[in-house]
Design a protein. Structure first.
Length: 126
């Protein structure tokens, strides 16, 4: 199956995901963010990017679509994914107590047609 995908000129899903993550990382870096972590496992779940600019720490989930089919990348972030991101964020925060003094937020970076759009996620209590 992988050979057929390559033969048609498409990237594998994992390779395409890495490409989207690099694109999003570049997007944030150009806006003054520093990367604290990539593909960090915390609480049994993965955080795609952890970024910081000033007092802001962003836990970022990257979602991308290479084509127009199957909807918008944001549609891939449902209640279960939000629950997993919250668990990962809580675990990461527990292991980085210095970050408790900073402004923590969750974002989804959606990549569609080569463009990055950022969307806040409201998943923290108080």
């Amino acid at each position: 199956m992988l050979r057929r995908a390559r033969a048609r000129g498409r990237l594998s899903t994992a390779r395409e995901g890495r490409r989207f993550e690099r694109l999003v990382e570049r997007h944030y870096r150009l806006r003054g963010y520093r990367v604290l972590g990539r593909n960090v496992w915390a609480g049994g779940n993965e955080l795609d990017l952890i970024l910081r600019r000033g007092r802001a720490v962003v836990l970022c989930e990257v979602k991308g679509k290479s084509g127009d089919g199957y909807g918008h990348p944001l549609e891939m972030v449902g209640p279960e994914k939000v629950r997993r991101l919250r668990r990962a964020g809580e675990s990461w925060l527990a292991s980085h107590p210095e970050a408790r003094q900073l402004d923590l937020r969750f974002e989804v970076a959606a990549v569609s047609a080569g463009r990055v759009s950022r969307h806040p996620l409201e998943i923290l209590d108080g």
